[in-house]
Ligand binder design. Structure first.
Ligand SMILES: *[C@@H]1O[C@H](CO)[C@@H](O)[C@H](O)[C@H]1NC(C)=O
Ligand SMILES: *[C@@H]1O[C@H](CO)[C@@H](O)[C@H](O)[C@H]1NC(C)=O
Length: 449
């Protein structure tokens, strides 16, 4: 016995037919699964079968033909799926044992359910799968999903749940740090959230910076995006309000009184300097006197001479000579010695004009007088002959031929002085004395510039 691995262990000499029937039923049951179609790619066949390349199936091997003396003595050989049997010659054998096709289905009619577990007979006398899930024949928990399988069913947990003991319990995905910022666990799933200033990226997990400036950030003037937030800034001349969004004009003029030489005017986002009439802005903050005489903006007549001063101008008669003086040049008047009226008068009067600003620090040299002719041995004395009743000026002699007019007291304009500066020339050698006058008109402007 047992001389071939293909020989079933129990397929030796069997004495009685009763035992044979029982064995045959058992054989049919075990052979059934091997008879189902194999996948195309499957070329390994189980014991008792061989690969048939034509039909692409595993084919039963007829051991009764291939094995010499498969059964000994009076026993007859009966091929069978996956093996063979040796039976007494007298034994009755059912025909289907020799067939090459699938084994016969289990006869349904006689018994209520002869199908394998999980199957039930149908009208065509074959076995069909029972859908335990649909027929409530399962014992899945309410927390579990029931899945029908051929011949059985399966209780599984829904996505996002995990079996703990008999029940399915929600998985807290947030414990696994799937989210870059914040994680919200949900039944069966989770959701990532981002801190303010960020939004979920395309993968729904990472957070990307939101450019608030492109999305209508409420900055009044300038917006700067930064990581997770944004900043409002203001244009030059504005300052950010305490709310962080709006901008308010800076009153530059209130910062310093030195921003402008004359007047500071605040404007939205900037300031500007203004100058009084008669002045023009020099660069941005300084005021410069307009020389109306130079610019042609004066209205002096032909018979007049234009005299500019700080903040304005004056038209003076070109001929300012009063009897007995006669005009000898533009600004010089002469009293002829031949005229008796001139005996006690300065021989000449020269008209000059000058302009000073207010609030000069004193003492201040304002005008230098110079003798035009220098005679050897002559001495020139200088004095203020008229126009200095307040004592605002004095004369400082420099040498024999020149002297300085000095402002002694601070003066504030607008104001006008007419000073007669007398030069007395003494020549001891020739017993000569002569007097001439410089009539100096001093305009004091209203401002310190
Ligand atoms: C992200 O979430 C949206 C909305 O819930 C969804 O439509 C999209 O498919 C998700 N993207 C990924 C990569 O999961
Ligand atoms: C100035 O006058 C004095 C006194 O008359 C005389 O001695 C001196 O030489 C004069 N100087 C000049 C530079 O003329």
């Amino acid at each position: 016995m047992g001389w071939s691995p293909r020989m079933l262990p129990f397929a030796s000499c069997l004495p009685g037919s009763l035992q044979l029937w029982a064995l045959l039923l058992l054989l049919l049951g075990t052979a059934y699964p091997q008879d189902s179609e194999e996948p195309d790619s499957y070329t390994e066949c189980t014991d008792g079968y061989e690969w048939d390349p034509d039909s692409q199936h595993c084919r039963d091997v007829n051991e009764c033909l291939t094995i010499p003396e498969a059964c000994k003595g009076e026993m007859k050989c009966i091929n069978h799926y996956g093996g063979y049997l040796c039976l007494p010659r007298s034994a009755a054998v059912i025909n289907d044992l020799h067939g090459e096709g699938p084994p016969p289905p289990v006869p349904p009619a006689q018994h209520p359910n002869t199908c394998p577990p999980g199957y039930e007979p149908d009208q065509q006398e074959s076995c069909v799968d029972v859908d335990e899930c649909a027929q409530a024949l399962h014992d899945c928990r309410p927390s579990q999903d029931c899945h029908n399988l051929p011949g059985s069913y399966q209780c599984t947990c829904p996505d996002g749940y995990r079996k703990i003991g008999p029940e399915c319990v929600d998985i807290d995905e947030c414990r696994y740090r799937y989210c870059q910022h914040r994680c919200v666990n949900l039944p069966g799933s989770f959701r990532c959230q981002c801190e303010p200033g960020f939004q979920l990226g395309p993968n729904n997990r990472s957070c990307v910076d939101v450019n608030e400036c492109d999305m209508g950030a409420p900055c009044e003037q300038r917006c700067f995006n930064s990581y997770g937030t944004f900043l409002c800034r203001c244009n030059q001349g504005y300052e950010l309000h305490r709310d962080g969004f709006s901008c308010s004009d800076i009153d530059e003029c209130s910062y310093s009184s030195y921003l402008c030489q004359y007047r500071c005017v605040n404007e939205p986002g900037r300031f500007s300097c203004h100058c009084p009439q008669g002045y023009q802005l020099l660069a941005t903050r300084l005021c410069q006197d307009i020389d109306e005489c130079e610019s042609g903006a004066h209205q002096c007549s032909e018979a007049q001479t234009c005299v500019n001063f700080h903040g304005g101008y004056r038209c003076v008669d070109t001929n300012r000579c009063v009897e007995p003086y006669i005009q000898v040049s533009d600004n010089r008047c002469l009293c002829p010695a031949s005229n008796p009226l001139c005996r006690e008068q300065p021989s000449s009067i020269v008209h000059r004009y000058m302009s000073i600003t207010s609030e000069r620090s004193v003492p201040a040299d304002v005008f230098q007088i110079q003798a035009t002719s220098v005679y050897p041995g002559a001495y020139n004395a200088f004095q203020i002959r008229a126009g200095n009743s307040q004592g605002d000026f004095y004369i400082r002699q420099i040498n024999n031929v020149s002297a300085m007019l000095v402002l002694a007291r601070p003066v504030t304009g607008p104001r006008e002085y007419v000073l007669d500066l007398e030069m007395v020339t003494l020549n001891s050698l020739m017993s000569y004395r002569a007097s001439s006058v410089l009539r100096l008109t001093i305009f004091v402007g209203a401002y310190a510039f």
